[in-house]
Design a protein around this ligand. Sequence first.
Ligand SMILES: NC(=O)CC[C@H](N)C(=O)O
Length: 381
Amino acid sequence: MTQPIAKLALEDGTVFTGLSLGAEGEVDGEVCFNTSMTGYQEILTDPSYRGQILTMTYTQIGNYGVNTEDMESAKTHMSGFIVRECSRRVSNFRANQSLDEFLKQNNVVGLTGIDTRALVRRLRTSGAMKGVLSTVDLDDASLVEKARSSAGLVGRDLVQEVMPAEGSSWSEKLSPWVKMGDKNRAEKSRTEQDLHVVALDFGMKWNIPRHLQDMGCKVTVMPGSSTADEVLAQNPDAVFLSNGPGDPEPLVGPIETIRGLLGKKPIFGICLGHQLLSLACGAKTFKLKFGHRGANQPVLDLTTNKVEITSQNHGFAVEEESLPDCLEITHRNLNDNTIAGVQHKTLPAFSVQYHPEASAGPHDSEYLFERFRELVDGQKV
Ligand SMILES: NC(=O)CC[C@H](N)C(=O)O
């Protein structure tokens, strides 16, 4: 069977023609790129990609297939997925299906066989752009017009499309693969859950509550739209603010909730959670030119002077000039010096712009979960 043609059109008028991968159809979204060589399943199921069409910079994707264990949420969330070459042969004992089958099953419209280097260079030069990916409309002018008139990400609340409707109690454990070959890591695992953490879910990657549970937290997951009173009614020892999709500034409800929790409970935020904590403290956020997405982003921890290699996925960041006096910078991205972490000077609250839960990516930043635990323990005595 021959694969149907698929096209990607950008708002600047560029059109890439390749072959269909995964589902057929037509989607629009912000076109961005990820530099990870592996981890495509975790990336595809990360809810923070809602509203985006992602291209992988690594040339061949899919060679170890997709399995039932590496899910970061129940399904895929991105609009479209682009790879230079999708491996036809799946070779891994954990694989249950191929990437193509997984994309079809999850209705992700994909594109393969284009010059992804040319696409990424264009995005790096011009910045992230709106685009349309289609297997049904193959008329260049029509596609470019659709890309130009598509909604884009800025000013939209995408969290409401991915957050859970109801609260739940987290039960899934951290995968034994995380601890394999790392004796120190295995020794840190706690069997008893003696802290209670409410995780506000804005589109949370599952490896975060798995980590929280592994370091001794009973985790109650609550929708990101919960109010401060609803969170406090759970009587938690601490609150966690999750990652999530889109522009943080329109999320006025969650920002209000965080203001109501600051000083009452210790707070730890990751990615969107970091942006929301900073906004709640009076900072502003801005859109990065093309974002940070990959598993090799260097970050300096200013409190220890150590460099960690981190997993990242964000298109917005906290604006340094707007940082209020109550916040101090704890981490910096060494590629562009942007803020990668902050802490409150007087209240127990801190956050990072990147992903200590990895999945996929290096485990250098796992110490942040321990730092959170120490902060909470310190507040209890
Ligand atoms: N992974 C995230 O939480 C992303 C945060 C936000 N949506 C951004 O793009 O900057």
